[in-house]
Design a binder for this molecule. Structure first.
Ligand SMILES: [Zn+2]
Length: 341
């Protein structure tokens, strides 16, 4: 009986390896089935170590496609140290083009620290936190808004760890040179990859690179440039590989997440018409949008307003909404004097 994950990847071998992390999951169609999560491991002696990871959610494509490009483009001779690339971390979710796994409904980014004997998503989470993360100094987990959400393109770190670790994380976040970078506050015990990175002793970096379960020329270019900048800042590569344009990107404007007052939620069924776009700067009391009622044609739509000001970070893309759906989310500028507009 298979009880654990299997990998044919050597962590110590120099060169470029392509293989799988395989997770046994016996199903009707295939009693000895394995979920085969693809991995590329590139090593060239001692040095810095970086994990690039995407497909944590299966419908967020800038990271997934950019990491495929990285696998094809980067050879061992291009790097110092080691680079591990995981383009489809929750493979069942990726193959289903969904946020969560069709096998167990699991959301990988809410499954850390995982369970080695649990359902597949929790087994993958456990393997990532306990077997993969500890072998790396730096982890970049690439996200986007997914099917139902558009998101401001931004890098992200968590306000975690001691001052020196946080300063290093912030420095590496800024090295990606995305227009915005966000500091999140989900705490060290959260079930996300960033808290898992902290627990594993890594510098955790993340980012939202687009949304809507699609990619654009612009979001792909920003992602390639950000990953390329990070590879160089971490000392892995010596020159540009994924992004050869002369413009290395702007200074990053730093934002911060906050409490519930930065969120606008639907509290009943309705059809939401936004009054703002991603990246708009708003004040407290401004209208976020209107909730229409197609079952009451004469009823005036309900205007939903922001409780405080900030920059529009994400918005729901599905017009039809139910109670509990987040419609718009803001971030604060941090510090306030960095506000650029
Ligand atoms: Zn995500």
């Amino acid at each position: 009986m298979h009880t654990g994950a299997y990998s044919d990847i050597s962590w110590t071998e120099n060169g470029k390896q392509i293989g799988f992390f395989s997770f046994p999951y016996s199903i009707d169609r295939s009693p000895y089935y394995q979920i085969k999560v693809p991995v590329c491991r590139i090593r060239n002696g001692e040095g810095p170590s970086l994990l690039l990871m995407a497909g944590n959610h299966g419908d967020e494509y800038e990271g997934e496609l950019t990491l495929l490009k990285a696998i094809r483009a980067i050879e061992a001779s291009d790097i110092t140290g080691s680079l591990t690339i995981l383009p489809a971390a929750n493979l069942p979710a990726v193959m289903a083009a969904k946020r969560c796994s069709p096998f167990d409904g699991g959301n990988l980014n809410r499954a850390f620290p995982g369970d080695p004997y649990g359902q597949p998503t929790w087994r993958i989470a456990h393997f990532i936190e306990h077997e993969i993360f500890p072998r790396h100094e730096i982890v970049l987990d690439l996200h986007s808004g997914g099917t139902s959400m558009d998101h401001l393109v931004c890098s992200l770190v968590e306000r975690l760890g001691d001052a020196a670790r946080f300063a290093r994380a912030l420095e590496l976040m800024k090295s990606m040179r995305l227009p915005y970078g966000m500091i999140a506050d989900n705490g060290p015990d959260s079930p996300t990859s960033m808290a898992a990175a902290l627990r594993a002793g890594c510098i955790g970096l993340s980012g939202e690179f687009g949304g809507g379960a699609t990619v654009t020329r612009e979001t792909m270019a920003l992602t390639a440039r950000a990953v390329d900048n990070l590879l160089q800042a971490a000392g892995i590569t010596r020159g540009p590989i994924l992004w050869t344009g002369a413009d290395r990107g702007p200074e990053t404007v730093v934002l911060a997440t906050g409490g519930q007052s930065l969120f606008v939620y639907s509290e009943r069924e309705g059809w939401f018409e936004p009054a703002v776009d991603i990246g708009d700067i708003v004040e407290a009391g401004d209208v976020a949008g209107w909730l229409h009622d197609l079952e009451a044609p004469l009823a005036e739509p309900e205007a939903l307003t922001f409780a405080e000001g900030g920059i529009v970070l994400s918005r729901r893309l599905h017009t039809h909404s139910r109670s509990g759906d987040c419609l718009v989310n803001l971030a604060r500028f941090e510090p306030a004097e960095q506000r650029g507009k």
